[in-house]
Design a protein around this ligand. Structure first.
Ligand SMILES: Cc1ncc(CO)c(N)n1
Length: 230
């Protein structure tokens, strides 16, 4: 298996600070089912419909990043992430669901499961009540966690006939991976700008770590929710 991709120092600290919660998220039974192809199709589709609605609110949260940005690098990275989410990632959901006879209007109107609602509103509130870093600490597990999962599954699965190849390739692919590297590099810069070169010594560090860890927990809950759709 290849090593985890490098998304910068800040992410590396938060990832290890999250401890077992990171593993519960990225090595969840749902993820293992995607990797070996044993995930029931009904669970996948249930997840995908919910994830479309997730991406609507997740795009709004990244747009809030534009609002809270303080440098052009931050503004550009957040705007590019909104663009990537709406163009690349949601296109996957629309295409796969269309083949199953689910139209986009139905996706948009789907009723959110409580785990879905809790997660996206938690992230948006982190941004509304805090500054750019509070928002980023809550957003980082989503974008970079899927980057790590995609990278790991992409190197384990090369067979295009794999039932979840399309999903895996979206996150393992260069387009998504380059968004992750850009976000990771921006995070390092944004942290240095606001809380200096030794951020772990900042009084803000504990709260940022706890936002990150909570978001990882909510990600694991999202996979649990997906498995309920079997
Ligand atoms: C729940 C969830 N987290 C992260 C991503 C990656 O954007 C996604 N599509 N869905």
């Amino acid at each position: 298996m290849s090593a985890a991709p490098d998304y910068g120092e800040t992410f590396a600290h938060w990832r290890s600070g999250a401890g077992e919660t990171w593993t519960a998220y990225t090595d969840h039974a749902f993820v293992r089912g995607l990797r070996d192809g044993t995930l029931p199709r009904a669970a996948f589709l249930h997840y995908l419909v919910q994830d479309y609605v997730f991406l609507v609110h997740f795009s709004r949260a990244w747009a809030l990043g534009v609002v809270k940005s303080e440098t052009m690098k931050e503004l550009r990275t957040c705007a590019a992430t909104v663009d990537g989410l709406v163009k690349t990632e949601m296109a996957l959901h629309i295409e796969v669901c269309a083949r199953e006879g689910i139209r986009e209007a139905e996706l948009f109107a789907a009723t959110e499961e409580p785990e879905n609602l809790a997660y996206t509103r938690y992230v948006i509130d982190a941004g509304l009540s805090g500054d750019f870093l509070d928002l980023m600490a809550a957003l980082a597990p989503c974008v970079l966690g899927y980057g790590e999962i995609g990278h790991k599954l992409g190197s384990a699965v090369s067979d295009q006939a794999h039932p979840y190849a399309e999903w895996i390739n979206t996150y393992a692919g260069e387009e998504y991976q380059s968004v992750c590297r850009d976000v990771g590099a921006m995070l390092d810069q944004s942290v240095a700008n606001r809380i200096g070169g030794l951020p772990q010594n900042s009084p803000r560090w504990g709260k940022l770590q706890s936002r990150f860890t909570t978001a990882c927990q909510l990600e694991a809950g999202f996979w649990d929710m997906g498995l309920r759709g079997r």
